[in-house]
Design a protein around this ligand. Structure first.
Ligand SMILES: [Zn+2]
Ligand SMILES: [Zn+2]
Length: 170
């Protein structure tokens, strides 16, 4: 089995020789599964990355945009939902990276994978909805209320709310 080179490892030899020169790249490939609370980017999903690289005295600045398709469950009705996450970034790669702040600069290449994973994780929706007006499911019978009322009596309400009603707030 041949070891696949990550599409997100980029040679920067030319940049390091010409400080101030900027190079734009378009990269594409799978990045492995990413999971946040309510959503997932599947391992096979192709992630699109547009990145500009520029050598400065401290290292290499990478900025650009990442997009990937995600899927999840509507937090109210549990139907499968999906969308695209699209996130901008601007990060520094340096020889001696600061933990949690900058990324490691290799001898003649940089690996954008950690940056891409972190940026996507932060941008994924935590609790997606199928639509803003989703009615959810009936807590009593489990019917999908988007398809109409289920006929359960409104008495299924939490008694604590009924007590609040008795206060006759106006
Ligand atoms: Zn829903
Ligand atoms: Zn019901």
């Amino acid at each position: 089995m041949k070891l696949e080179r990550s599409p997100f490892v980029v040679s920067i030899a030319d940049l390091l020789r010409t400080p101030g020169h900027r190079r734009e790249l378009e990269l594409k490939g799978p990045i492995g599964e990413l999971r946040s609370a309510g959503t997932v980017v599947d391992a096979a999903v192709e992630v699109d990355v547009r990145v500009g690289l520029e050598a400065i005295s401290e290292g290499v600045v990478a900025d650009g945009r990442i997009s990937a398709a995600w899927r999840g469950e509507c937090r109210r009705c549990l139907k499968t939902v999906g969308g695209d996450v699209d996130v901008e970034f601007r990060e520094l790669f340096e020889r001696e990276p600061k933990e949690g702040e900058t990324y490691p600069l290799g001898h003649e290449e940089i690996d954008l994978e950690a940056l891409i994973r972190e940026a996507l994780l932060l941008a994924l929706p935590l609790a997606p909805l199928c639509e803003a007006s989703c009615q959810g499911i009936c807590p009593t019978c489990g019917a999908d209320l988007n398809e109409g009322p289920c006929g359960c009596p409104p008495a299924g309400r939490d008694p604590r709310w009924a007590a609040l009603d008795d206060l006759h707030l106006s």
